[in-house]
Design a protein around this ligand. Structure first.
Ligand SMILES: NC(=O)c1ccc[n+]([C@@H]2O[C@H](COP(=O)([O-])OP(=O)(O)OC[C@H]3O[C@@H](n4cnc5c(N)ncnc54)[C@H](OP(=O)(O)O)[C@@H]3O)[C@@H](O)[C@H]2O)c1
Length: 307
């Protein structure tokens, strides 16, 4: 693959509410530094800013961020602001609210519904915007998301937020949210190997299907990291992934991105990276067309028991 010349449009586009975006976007979580949730070495700020600008230059118009993506010295939202403001009209910046981190980076109690306005306003301040394009309610194990999602629906009605999504949900929560306000995107953990519990993997499969049927974007996270989740990938990929990659002159990460894209036109990949070379590779993955035989081999990994 000649990665250098491929732009994000190679993956095709998807209409997400009133914005049409490339199906390969960028996750901002890895821009702030190394180590799990980035309490390790903070990133080089110029390098992270260069990654964001390069992404947009290569046609990426969907960036996934959150106020709770920060390391000791870097904030993903601040980097996005610094790199990309004044923002192009066609850029979709998605944020999430629900989790809470204190100033030392520790995880606190999930936000209460009445605290969500403050969390949305924090994102507005950091990004330097007057409204947010897309805000996900990131569920924090609540049985019902109605109160939290209702609070976000009020902020949408007040004009602070244009569109709403839900993240880390079970299938029943989609209907629960839709009874309150339109849902344009679902963001759950999803990838080639079914990391997490069997239940989580099966819920993600169901949500992927439901979103496809209803024209809702499905946005998988950890599609590259797979079972490593928030940690850095430390071992070579499965033999099958490497074999498919070799056959296409591609990398395992590209195969993983191409695989999630193959699940339906409504799937929007948001690979996360702070590495300029990985960015180029991830965008080029949108041009990788897996064959029926590739998919048969890769689908078998998805069907294997979670580990
Ligand atoms: N809703 C939620 O609860 C939730 C949770 C987690 C994440 N997210 C969102 O989803 C996005 C994607 O998740 P993610 O960033 O954690 O994981 P990811 O995209 O699955 O994988 C990122 C990891 O893979 C590495 N990587 C990326 N591209 C690579 C390539 N071409 N070759 C080799 N390694 C590569 C990255 O390291 P390098 O930086 O060195 O490339 C990083 O260690 C996040 O950025 C965030 O926006 C949402």
């Amino acid at each position: 693959m000649t990665s250098q010349t491929i732009t994000a449009d190679a993956a095709g586009r998807w209409k997400l509410a009133d914005l049409t975006v490339s199906r390969v976007g960028l996750g901002a979580m890895r821009l702030t530094g190394s180590a799990a949730f980035h309490l390790g070495t903070p990133s080089d700020r110029d390098r992270s800013i260069a990654v964001l600008r390069e992404a947009v230059d290569r046609g990426v118009d969907h960036i996934d961020t959150a106020a709770f993506y920060f390391s000791r010295l870097r904030s993903a939202n601040e980097l996005v602001n610094r790199a990309l403001a004044p923002y192009r009209d066609d850029l979709l910046i998605a944020t999430k609210v629900g989790p809470y981190r204190d100033q030392q980076g520790g995880w606190g109690e999930a936000a209460r519904p009445d605290e969500l306005r403050g969390h949305v306003e924090e994102n507005l301040r950091q990004l330097g915007r007057d409204h947010l394009d897309l805000v996900y309610l990131r569920r924090m194990r609540q049985e019902s998301i109605a109160e939290h999602f209702g609070a976000l629906a009020d902020l949408r009605a007040a004009g602070l937020v244009r569109h709403l999504g839900v993240s880390q949900i079970e299938p029943r929560h989609l209907a629960e949210a839709q009874a309150i306000a339109p849902v344009v995107a679902v963001q759950n953990r999803y990838g080639l190997d079914p990391a997490g519990s069997d239940r989580a993997a099966s819920d993600a499969d169901t949500l992927l299907r439901l979103c496809g049927e209803q024209g809702i974007a499905f946005v998988p996270y950890y599609a590259v990291a797979g079972r490593y989740g928030e940690n850095a990938v430390t071992a070579p990929d499965h033999d099958e992934v490497r074999a498919v990659a070799r056959a296409h002159g591609a990398t395992p990460a590209q195969v993983r991105i191409a695989w999630v894209l193959s699940r339906g036109p409504h799937v929007l990949a948001i690979p996360g990276t702070g590495d300029p070379a990985h960015l180029v590779e991830n965008i080029a993955a949108g041009a990788l067309r897996l064959t029926g035989e590739d998919l048969r081999r890769l689908d078998a990994l998805r069907a294997a028991p979670a580990h």
